[in-house]
Design a binder for this molecule. Structure first.
Ligand SMILES: [Zn+2]
Length: 445
């Protein structure tokens, strides 16, 4: 185990046991939470570094369940730096198609991430788009993957037969099946690219909702654990609520853009907001916020992805641009600003959505996801009042932050600590490439 300088964080308000309260945190040389005590009670010896968090909150580091950090235009090092600057202490890497469908493929990718990433990570499996991808999936659970992914709107699409086989693999091996739910049979065959809303209209929500119904019914029948990726439609959330209440082991995520931006954002931001599934109506945003508050949607993820423009954001046309919205560095603040400050999201649900629930889904709650004794000291020191303007942030990520650049946001990540080490101090990345470690999924509760 790597050693770090022992630390004590003083004068902050610490989130633990479901509340924000004045406390000091002692971090051991192993980078674990050694004590959470009333202010002033921790004896500070010479070899202990003191961090003053006056006026700040100390929250559990965010765990991003769905981020494409070595895919499209992004790479593990810059992507993980962007993650660190946004309070993400662990991400679950979503691989490109086929890449992590075998143990060898997974090991190779983990090796790469361990030499590049500055924050910790879990590895997603898959992505299954054909029958041959499914053959190696069963062996992935043993090496500690939290889930494998199936992508329905592939070419050719994943049909009911492959879906049912995948669900049965999930059931048999107890390995969660994450899924991009869209039934391409419901897409419009031609898209009116001259209409700013043409793309959104070409992928109506019936594609997502009907696919979700099929997946959930299969999961119920087979007894499979499933995870619904990037929920965009309110009706999808309604279905998830119903199956959850029936005891089906379904977890779900949504993204800031589905909560914050409605379809009309295409008129303002054009191709910057093109992603799949597409943005929906204002009513969908309302239902998704409610579902997040109710725990129907477990986690908020970035789904950080952009296929091109590594060196600057020129504006491709709606037709040219491949779907994807970046912004792993903004999830934390966006959710705080729009949810906790301006919306009805409680701080408790905020912490659940960004840390507790994703840690549970990823099977790493035994060591991450909350500020608790003997867990990894993965922390965000957060200034809840600071106002700042979202920048394209080319300094980290290889891809521009779209569409939020220029937005005035309240709440800023002051520093990000991973296993007791300051990875981001508000100005710079303070660790070397490869500081990040692969975290195997160990428990699923
Ligand atoms: Zn994705």
């Amino acid at each position: 185990m790597t050693k770090t300088t022992k630390k004590v964080i003083i004068n902050g308000l610490v989130w633990f046991d479901g509340q924000l309260r004045p406390a000091d945190i002692f971090i051991t040389a192993e980078g674990l939470i050694g004590a959470i005590s009333q202010p002033g009670k921790i004896e500070v010896q010479e070899d202990v570094q003191q961090i003053d968090a006056k006026g700040h909150w100390i929250l559990p580091g965010a765990i991003d369940l769905h981020a494409h950090l070595q895919d499209g235009a992004e790479r593990f090092f810059p992507g993980s730096c962007a993650a660190a600057s946004g309070g993400v202490t662990t991400f679950v890497d979503m691989p490109p198609f086929h890449v992590c469908s075998t143990v060898e493929g997974v090991r190779e990718r983990i090796d790469l991430a361990e030499t590049e990433s500055v924050v910790d990570f879990c590895q997603g499996g898959g992505i299954v788009v054909s029958l041959s991808d499914l053959a190696g999936i069963a062996s992935l659970k043993e090496i500690g993957l939290p889930y494998f992914k199936v992508f329905m709107p592939a070419e050719p699409p994943v049909g009911a037969g492959l879906l049912w086989k995948s669900v049965n693999v999930a059931a048999r091996y107890g390995l969660r099946m994450a899924i991009h739910v869209e039934e391409p049979g419901c897409f419009n065959e031609s898209v009116d690219w001259n209409d700013p809303l043409g793309f959104a209209r070409s992928r109506p929500d019936v594609a997502e909702v009907s696919a979700t119904a099929q997946v959930l019914e299969m999961a119920r029948a087979a007894g499979a654990p499933v995870h619904i990726c990037h929920v965009s439609s309110g009706r999808t959330a309604d279905l998830i609520a119903r199956y959850k209440s029936q005891g089906v082991d379904v977890t779900a995520e949504t993204c800031p853009h589905f909560l914050i931006l409605e379809e009309s954002a295409f008129l303002t931001y054009g191709s910057r907001v093109k992603t799949t599934p597409p943005l929906r109506k204002a009513q969908d945003c309302r239902v998704l916020w409610q579902a997040l508050n109710d725990g129907v949607i477990d986690a908020v993820v970035s789904d950080h992805y952009l296929s091109d423009n590594p060196d600057g954001y020129s504006e491709p046309s709606l037709e040219q641009k491949e779907g994807g919205i970046a912004g792993i560095e903004l999830t934390f603040t966006l959710l705080y600003h729009t949810g906790v400050r301006e919306g009805d999201l409680s701080l408790d649900r905020f912490v659940h959505a960004l840390a507790i629930a994703p840690a549970r889904v990823a099977g790493i709650y035994n060591r991450k996801g909350s500020i608790s004794l003997d867990k990894d000291a993965d922390l965000v020191i957060f200034d809840p009042e600071q106002e700042w303007e979202a920048q394209p942030l080319h300094r980290h990520s290889r891809i521009a932050t779209v569409p939020y650049q220029g937005w005035k946001l309240r709440g800023k990540v002051v520093s990000t600590i991973v296993r007791g080490e300051t990875v981001w101090d508000g100005q710079t990345i303070c660790v070397a490439k490869g500081f990040g470690k692969w975290i195997a999924c160990q428990n699923r509760k």
